[in-house]
Design a protein around this ligand. Structure first.
Ligand SMILES: C[S@@+](CC[C@H](N)C(=O)[O-])C[C@H]1O[C@@H](n2cnc3c(N)ncnc32)[C@H](O)[C@@H]1O
Length: 292
């Protein structure tokens, strides 16, 4: 068997089909894509707020333990800490509710479905979803392209380790009855696939998480594994501060022969309104689409 680093996307699909079926046998019966703002984070923040408030009462407000200047300093510090933590708790709880797949707004689903619409795979082709998380976009694209297949890759470590995993992806695919998907470990910084091995590439809200790396270079790494003629739909927080001049990037791609390259502002009504994007911290959300 060839090592992962020199296997193409379709190789990964064929070779892993059996093992995936047995691994996911033991996973949940209903799909659960989890939340980009996990419940555990909201609970942790609420706990921190409560702890800061108790310290404020003990050392500051009641005067049970300290008196005079030390008491005043503690009251100010723990009081301010309580307010800041309370603000973040409320904000994260609101974000959690807004993203929730089972909530009223279902923003995560809107974004996933909206991005998946742009990914067209030829019959028998294979697409790649970079940073697939719990498999939502991989599965959505696979559903829309039943005669093709999708590979989802992720590092499944770091900030999202507790909520997203390969097992969760496989369980979600099984729960949704989607069989034309496979999941494998892969880092967006250096994808474990040869040049031009996929017929389409996609990604959602991944590259802005990768600190210390030039975001345009990360995009080029993803486009490296796209076949000539293949399409791409990459959604992320593409503000100038994070990504640099994206209009120049679009121009450079066109100059290299890429076709129909467009940058779609998704925080301007497409996926969410301007105001909503701002309070959610999603201003600058944009979808880069085109053909290699
Ligand atoms: C906000 S989540 C989005 C998950 C998924 N794309 C979705 O739309 O539900 C960000 C994901 O990026 C992944 N990620 C972060 N750094 C990565 C890297 N260097 N390579 C691959 N995936 C990465 C995280 O593990 C996490 O699953």
């Amino acid at each position: 068997m060839k090592p992962d680093s020199i296997r193409s996307g379709s190789d990964v699909i064929q070779e892993r089909s059996d093992s995936i079926r047995s691994e996911s046998d033991v996973i949940q019966e209903r799909s659960d894509y989890k939340n980009w703002v996990p419940k555990s984070m909201v609970i942790g923040l609420a706990g921190g707020t409560l702890a800061a408030f108790v310290l404020f009462l003990l050392f500051g407000a009641t005067g049970m333990i300290l008196q005079g200047t030390p008491r005043m300093i503690c009251a100010i510090l723990f009081g301010a800490g309580t307010l800041v933590l309370l603000f973040y708790t409320c904000w994260m709880a609101a974000l959690h509710r807004t993203f929730d797949y089972n909530g009223k707004r279902k923003l995560a689903k809107t974004i996933i479905d909206g991005t998946a619409k742009y990914v067209k795979l030829p019959e028998g082709g294979t697409g790649l979803d970079v940073g697939c998380g719990s498999g939502a976009l991989t599965i959505a694209v696979a559903k829309r392209n039943p005669k093709a297949a999708m590979v989802g890759c992720d590092i499944w470590s770091g900030a999202y380790k507790a909520v997203f995993s390969k097992r969760r992806c496989e369980g979600n695919a099984k729960a949704e009855g989607v069989t034309n998907v496979r999941f494998t470990e892969g880092n967006a910084i250096r994808l474990p696939f040869p040049d031009e091995s996929f017929d389409a590439v996609t990604s959602n809200y991944v590259y802005h998480n990768i600190a210390g790396h030039n975001k345009q270079q990360l995009l080029l790494e993803t486009l490296r594994v796209l076949k000539k003629g293949g399409s791409f739909a990459i959604h992320d927080l593409m503000s100038e501060a994070r990504y640099g001049d994206m209009n120049a990037f679009v121009k450079a791609l066109k100059a290299q022969g890429y076709e129909d390259v467009r940058l779609i502002d998704t925080a301007d009504g497409a996926f969410m309104g301007k105001k909503e994007a701002k309070w959610l911290g999603l201003a600058g959300s944009a979808l880069l689409v085109g053909k290699k």
